[in-house]
Structure formats: C-alpha cells, structure tokens
Design a protein. Structure first.
Length: 481
C-alpha cells in the first residue's frame, strides 16, 4: 500500500523523538547526577517539603536527605521542577561564587503568574521578578549612605504606628500589625504613598499575593493561588494608576531628579536610551515591595516573640536603647550614628534571623551543565540553597536551639554559615534597609512597652516565612520613660 508524505510525518516524529531520547539517555549515562529521588509524578516531593514547614521543622526535610544520601547535594523535585539542593557551607560558597556565571535567576511559575505583567519580550524570563535586573541604580538607593536620610522617617512612622495601633489596646496580635507598619513604610519610601486609606487599598490584595507566591499553581475557585492571582490583578492596576499619575507630574514640573525609587525609574533610560515601560516599572515595584515587606515584618514579629520569652535579654535591649534615648533632645529623631550604637540589639535581631529566618533560601536555574562534588547538574535543572543546612547545624552553632545573641560578638559565625540575606553578587540588596527598619522598631517598642505572650509555647509555622501560631497575640504593659 502506498504511503503519502503526510501519513509518514507521525512516524518520522516518533523516530526523531526516540533518537533524541536515546542520545539524551546516553549523555546522561555518562554523567552522575546527585543522589536522591524525584518523588511522585508532577508534584515530586513538594508535599513533604511543605508539610515539614507547616510542622515548624523545615530543616527536617533537608537533614533527613543529607543523612540518608550522605551527601551535601541531593536531587529532588519541587513545584514540578527537577532540583539540586545544595547544603552546608561548601554548597553556599559554590553557588554564591558562581552567580551569573553558570546560574540564572529563576522563580516558580506561581510567583510570576501572580505578580508580573506579561511583557512583549522575555516573557518567560523569570528574572523579571528581580527588581534589580535592569536598574543598577536601585541597589545604590538601598546602600547605607543613601538610606541615612530615611532614618528619621522610619523613627517617626514607628512611633506613630505604635501610638495609634498598639497603645490604645491591652492586647494585640503582632504579625498583622508588623505587616501594616512595614508595608506602609515601603509605600512611603518607594512611592511616596502616605495616605492610610491608599496604603490599605494596596495592603489587602498584597496579602493575597504574598500568600500565593509559592502555592501550587491551581487556578481553581477558593485556592490560595486563585486568590493570589486576583490580588495581583488589583495590585498591578493600582500601580499603573500611580505610575501614570507620577509620570504626568514629572513631565508637568520638568523634574530631572527622582525623589523616590518610582521617580528614578521613570526618569531612567535603558542601554538603548529608551525609558523603561510602565509595565516593567510596575513589575519591579512589586518585586521591591515583596523583598522589603516580608523580611522585616517576619523578623519584627519574631524579635517581639523572643524578647517576651527571655526577659533578661529584653532588659539588656532596653538598657541599650534607653542610653541612646537619653542622649537625644526632647522630640529629636534617631539618626545614623544612633543606629551604630545598637550593637547588642542587632545581635538579638541576628540571632532571631538565625533561628527564624524570613527567607528559606533561593532558587536559581543552571544555564549550562556544571559539576559539583563529583556530580553533574544538567542545564535547565533548578538549584536551591537553604539556610536550614547551616543555621541549626551543631557543627557551626553549638547548642543550636538555644537563643544566644553572644554568638555574634567578636568575629561572629564562620563564613557561609549565617546566610539570612544570601551571599555573593546577589546578596539581598535590601539587607541594610531591613537592618534599619528592625532596629528603629526595637528602639521604639521597648521604650513604650513590656509584654507577655497570651499563649505560651506557640510553634513557628512556615507559610512560607516563619510566624508564631495565631500571629503572636500578646498582652501589653505600657511604660513611661
């Protein structure tokens, strides 16, 4: 029987795919991927990973596999992606040193679908969620010398927040209040949005966005992902409105110097001399809000938690902050020099970041095949480094479950062991911003209140950031200094 060319096409396609699979198998056979398992089809080990965090022990997922495979790198599958998980100081050092060489930025599809405007170019480039991918001046904005001018604003807003949202009540729930504070501060400093009603209009859908970032991308009614998608639509549209209004203001006043990050973006030009598009600016502002909001609000909540748990540590923080307060004139706001004196308070904050790190690690994508510790990581695989392989490892931190700020005295922990902000070229550029925000809040809260936990023994739940159960309800005892 004669066969037409059309009827042969399926056979040719099958043969081509078979050959491709054969050559890929032969290529893979010559390489040795890390030990581990990819788990169930599609979902991999995502459920086990998530449950470990929900139980308040995310390090268990990592430690169990390190012990099982006797390796500091293992393979798994998370969120539908083949992934190599790098552990311990050697893994951290290797990945940090090879950023932008063999690795590219990568975010889960759930995050990009919820947060980002689709662009006309590089639509699949998930580095677009990195707010610093196109605007090199943004990290400059977050350097210490640039941030000094905002210390007074942070101090004033912290005072106002505590007086209006905490002081009128005998009992408060810390986490939602800390989120309100950090989000309002970010809106003020990044976009000059100060009206409380306008901030609230942002904060409610933004909460849906952050909750859905690392959820399973099932866009079904009632799912966390579906709510995140709806929140993202509202946030992006509101940002476009703000961007267009600011753009008109800049043109009308013929301004050439940006008063905040938004204005700087609107005035900036790319390598071709073109202004950055409104949608790209909206994407980058969203990335900034996510990066600045979650770290500080989580850290503040857990600092309050540990200070309630250890009164003698609270007393030391209080004494340090009162010495600074006594050196100020009546009504004088904090300045940069004051924050440099908060050494013990920052050690308390760092020990909090060790035991309850807001960021669990970071994902990247292999841009090429590369070798590590005798194993091959194929191009296209995702990599993941995690704080949980070092922060509670007794090899690096003796008696790791003990809250001990003295660990950070002198030279502090060994390199690559304490990594709440990552490391290398992509170390979180908002690290200094977060430090100022946390210290300014500590200065104000310990001078205004003592407090106790209403429910002792609350676990930390990772969802994905570590928050005490029920948002940490506390009873306030106002002070008068």
């Amino acid at each position: 029987m004669d066969l037409s060319l059309t009827s042969l096409l399926p056979l040719v396609a099958i043969a081509s795919l078979s050959l491709a699979a054969f050559f890929y198998t032969c290529r893979a056979a010559g390489s040795k991927v890390p030990p581990g398992t990819l788990g169930w089809p599609l979902i991999g080990e995502t459920v086990e990973f998530a449950l470990s965090g929900h139980r308040g022990e995310p390090e268990k997922f990592i430690n169990d596999r390190m012990n099982k495979y006797k390796s500091e790198v293992f393979k798994t599958s998370l969120m539908g992606e083949k992934m190599a998980v790098f552990c311990c100081t050697t893994g951290h050092k290797f990945l940090f040193a090879n950023e932008s060489k063999i690795l590219t930025s990568w975010w889960p599809s759930s995050a990009t679908k919820i947060c980002l405007f689709p662009l006309d170019h590089d639509v699949k480039d998930t580095s677009k969620l990195d707010p610093f991918h196109r605007n090199p001046f943004l990290p400059e904005f977050l350097k210490p010398e640039a941030l000094q001018q905002y210390v007074g604003v942070m101090d004033s807003m912290a005072k106002q927040h505590l007086e209006s949202e905490w002081a009128p009540h005998k009992q408060v729930t810390v986490f939602p209040l800390s989120k309100n504070f950090t989000f309002a501060l970010a809106c003020r400093l990044f976009m000059s949005v100060e009206d409380p009603e306008h901030v609230k209009k942002f904060s409610e859908p933004f909460a849906l966005v952050t909750a859905g970032l690392f959820s399973l991308p099932l866009n079904l009614p009632g799912t966390t992902f579906s709510r995140g998608v709806k929140g993202g639509v509202i946030i992006r549209q509101e940002l476009l409105n703000i961007i267009r209004h600011r753009k008109a203001e800049l043109e009308e006043k013929n301004e050439r110097v940006g008063r905040d990050i938004l204005s700087r973006m609107l005035l900036a030009k790319d390598e071709n001399g073109k202004h950055i598009s409104e949608k790209e600016i909206a994407n980058e502002i969203i990335g900034l809000l996510i990066a600045s909001h979650d770290t500080a609000s989580t850290a503040i909540t857990n600092v309050v938690n540990y200070l309630a748990e250890f009164p003698y540590i609270y007393n030391e923080v209080y004494k340090e902050q009162m010495e600074i307060a006594k050196s100020k004139a009546q009504g004088e706001l904090l300045n940069w020099e004051d924050l440099q004196k908060m050494k013990y308070s920052w050690n308390v904050a760092r020990e909090t970041l060790r035991l309850a790190p807001p960021g669990q690690g970071a994902f990247r994508e292999a841009a090429t095949d590369f070798t590590y510790a005798g194993f091959t990581i194929p191009k296209g695989w995702k990599t993941y480094w995690t704080v949980h392989s070092t922060h509670k490892n007794p090899k690096y931190f003796p008696d790791p479950e003990k809250f001990d700020p003295s660990r950070f005295e002198g030279n502090g922990p060994a390199p690559y062991t304490f990594v709440p902000f990552g490391g290398g070229p992509r170390m979180c550029p908002g690290k200094e911003y977060a430090r100022l925000e946390i210290l300014v809040f500590m200065h104000n809260i310990v001078r205004m209140f003592k407090w106790e936990k209403l429910i002792p023994g609350l676990r930390l739940i990772y969802a994905p950031a570590p928050i005490p159960e029920k948002g940490l309800p506390i009873r306030l005892h106002p002070l008068h200094d």
